[in-house]
Design a protein around this ligand. Structure first.
Ligand code: G6P
Ligand code: ZN
Length: 583
């Protein structure tokens, strides 16, 4: 079928600066005339026509509301920009980690390889007509575009005058697997719809020992529950956990992907994954019955994960440290060693202690998965993670929610390899974590989020904290005035990162107050919200003394919390007496 190219005049639209992870706005913003089109064309222009012409492009996402319209628009624009092929997940569904895997691993029937992807997701933000939509571009390595590209995209959105589009191209049926071919002014253009679970399952099988996990799952001692929060993880969960690993169907909660995530907030944390939290015996009300031994949840696009044991929460910062500490023994992919490990700055230093003890290369990067990608491409990092419920490895260039669950299952299978059949008690998630603390010490950790705060006030709060940093003695006077039982602040700064691979410098990546005993207070403005500002406060305290590692974390941290709130004048600036979410 032949198509023509029309050039549409447009003008710049304000506010199209990509955040930590692409452009995220309310659906109604995206539905404005030319809004999506301007951003897509600004991206094509940033990549340069040479790279776009003849390219194979992946376009898919978490299937949230507006994805189906957006896919058709991007297909028409890709055709008009001379893209050779577009690969689309069936019903637009492809998790963010699966997109990364498809870019890196998949070959088309003619041997073609993808050169990049538009991922349609607002990750953990709610979806639906009145909620969020989002788009981000991933590069040839399967990772998010670096700042050099996102800056160019933003610049282009400020000067854009026109974009080409194949308006007469019929909508492609994205519900059926297959190839549809078209003929444009520059030659052939194909749209291939496929099920990305095949590629993803193959990759997971090359990393983990599915046989040993299957054995764990078949044991009556081991019970499991997975909550996809109606995000795209559901499209993979049945295949992997039920079909490949033999879990019961009833182990899957909310695993049917929905455009509006069933009206929920698809963020896997103790506040939003309510059903799972209740099932795991961590809710306010008891659901009755014995909770499963292991529980996990994913966010909308399936790159985040939450790991739970029976009545037990594993902090994401501990999770990555524990995976790193056990990877070599428990996960075949790492059997020859780890190239290095990395965490984002606000993530607790639990990983640092493991790195030191195992003599591993270690990196502390700003928030945002893209910073890990460079290290991985350079062969400097194998395992990395963030406090924001992201964990992953160099098998792809995105964090990977299901990978994290399989990593934990592998560790559980390994620790239980002798006990799974016999009468011995199961080594539980909680046992593994407590053992880890006993070996490496415990990093008490909590995060306070103040969502949708007035942007001006949030900025003022940050400026106030930066100003305070000019005099540490002054800070200590204030701190001691609030609580005399905490250590002194030894230094304070705004985190700045020099990428060891390309030398690029990222400034203003969060305000840190570092205490003499290793405790830390970190303040950051979120880069993923779509309305107002979200202030994040991260609080951490290291405890080496084995007799003091069993405390309630909120109680152990309460002196530091008090200091953080008073030092920052949080209530005063935000007008809030409590955070929106505590994780
Ligand atoms: C996304 C990125 C993560 C990052 C997180 C931070 O999920 O992929 O790498 O940690 O955003 O979000 P924030 O809202 O704190 O900027
Ligand atoms: Zn996500």
């Amino acid at each position: 079928m032949a198509f023509k190219v029309t050039v549409v005049s447009t003008s710049p639209i304000d506010g199209q600066k990509p955040g930590t992870s692409g452009l995220r706005k309310k659906v109604k913003v995206f539905k404005q005339p030319n809004y999506l089109e301007n951003f897509v064309q600004a991206t094509f222009n940033a990549l340069t026509p040479e790279k776009v012409k003849g390219a194979t492009l992946v376009v898919s996402g978490d299937g949230r509301y507006y994805s189906k319209d957006a896919v058709q628009i991007i297909i028409k624009m890709a055709a008009a920009n001379g893209v050779r092929r577009v690969w689309v997940g069936k019903n637009t569904l492809m998790s963010t980690p699966a997109v990364s895997a498809v870019i890196r691993e998949r070959s088309g029937a003619d041997g073609s390889k993808a050169t990049g992807a538009f991922i349609l997701t607002a990750s953990h933000n709610p979806g639906g007509p009145t909620e969020d939509f989002g788009i981000k571009y991933n590069m040839e390595n399967g990772g998010p575009a670096p700042e050099s590209i996102t800056d160019k995209i933003y610049e282009n959105t400020k000067t854009i005058k026109e974009y080409p589009i194949a308006e007469d191209l019929p909508n492609v049926d994205i519900s059926a697997v297959g190839v549809t071919s078209f003929e444009g002014p520059e030659g052939k253009f194909d749209v291939e719809v496929f099920d990305s679970a095949d590629e993803y399952v193959k990759l997971m099988k090359s990393i983990f020992d599915f046989e040993s996990i299957r054995k764990l799952l078949s044991s009556p001692k081991f019970t499991f529950c997975y909550d996809a929060l109606h995000g795209v993880a559901g499209a993979y969960a049945h295949r992997i956990f039920v079909e490949e690993l033999g879990a019961q169907e009833s182990a899957l909660l909310n695993c049917v992907p929905k455009e509006d995530f069933g009206g929920g907030h698809p963020d896997p944390n103790l506040t939003y994954a309510k059903e799972l939290v209740a099932r795991m015996g961590l809710g306010k009300s008891d659901t009755g019955g014995e909770p499963p031994e292991f529980g996990a949840a994913a966010d909308g696009d399936a790159d985040r994960n939450m790991i739970l044991g029976k009545r037990f929460f594993v902090t994401p910062s501990d999770s990555v440290a524990i995976i790193a500490a056990n990877a070599i023994e428990a996960i075949p992919y790492f059997c020859s060693g780890l190239k290095g490990v990395a965490r984002s700055m606000p993530t607790s230093a639990a990983l640092d202690v493991v790195a030191k003890s195992l003599n591993l290369k270690f990196f502390e990067v700003p928030t945002g998965w893209k910073f890990f990608g460079n290290l991985m491409d350079a062969g400097m990092c194998s395992v990395c993670g963030e406090e924001s419920f992201g964990t992953g490895s160099d098998h792809i260039r995105e964090k990977d929610g299901i990978w994290a669950v399989l990593a934990w299952m592998s560790i559980l299978a390994h620790k239980n390899k002798d006990s799974i059949d016999g009468d011995t008690k199961l080594v539980t998630v909680e046992d593994i974590v407590r053992q880890h603390w006993a070996t490496y010490g415990r990093h008490y950790y909590t995060r306070y989020d103040y969502e949708n705060v007035d942007a001006g006030k949030a900025k003022e709060l940050m400026e106030h904290l930066v100003k305070l940093q000019s005099s540490i003695p002054e800070v200590n006077k204030i701190v001691k005035g609030i609580r005399s039982d905490v250590a002194n602040v030894s230094s304070a700064d705004e985190f700045e990162y020099k990428d060891p691979v390309d030398g690029s410098i990222s400034k203003h990546q969060g305000i840190r107050y570092l205490f003499e005993d290793g405790s830390r207070l970190v303040f950051r403005l979120s880069g993923t919200g779509s309305e107002g500002a979200t202030i994040r406060l991260y609080i951490e305290q290291y405890e080496k003394d084995a007799s003091k590692i069993g405390r309630e974390s909120q109680e152990a941290l309460s002196p530091l919390v008090e200091i953080a709130l008073k030092l920052s004048k949080m209530d005063e600036f935000t007008g809030r007496s409590a955070p929106t979410v505590i994780t």
